[in-house]
Write a protein that binds this ligand. Structure first.
Ligand code: HEC
Length: 96
């Protein structure tokens, strides 16, 4: 019984810390987004017709990595780290 309780307590602690990490990732991703993407994709990521930039709400890490490595518009973003891209994707997922 004691063991089971300990197990449950540990699971709870793990889940809590995982969701805290996710929240931190989203918060730092929001900063990266505002600094590096919002100028073209708009403050809410909905895209800017004047700049011919599409909505990027909900875009995944893979999709962002691909665009950074292939699109000339994104050549300045090659310096972003994987952590930063993951953060931006985590933030964009909250905008869906
Ligand atoms: C200089 C302006 C500019 C900046 C800065 C910019 N983008 Fe873009 N983005 C565009 C344009 C224009 C397109 C349309 C396709 C193209 O030209 O590559 C696009 C397309 C995309 C696409 C593909 C969307 C689709 O549906 O195919 C993704 C994903 C994307 N951008 C993500 C980002 C992220 C994430 C950032 C910030 C880290 C960013 N962009 C910064 C202009 C920009």
């Amino acid at each position: 019984m004691k063991k089971a309780c300990l197990g449950i307590a540990m699971m709870t602690a793990l889940c809590v810390s995982a969701s805290t990490m996710r929240a931190q990732e989203q918060a730092s991703g929001k900063k990266t987004f505002k600094a590096r993407c919002a100028g073209c994709h708009g403050a809410d990521a909905a895209g800017k017709p004047a700049m011919k930039s599409p909505s990027i709400k909900g875009k995944s890490t893979d999709e962002i990595q691909k665009v950074i490595s292939t699109s000339p518009k994104h050549s300045k973003l090659k310096s972003l780290t994987l952590d930063e891209v993951n953060g931006v994707a985590a933030y964009l997922a909250t905008l869906k």
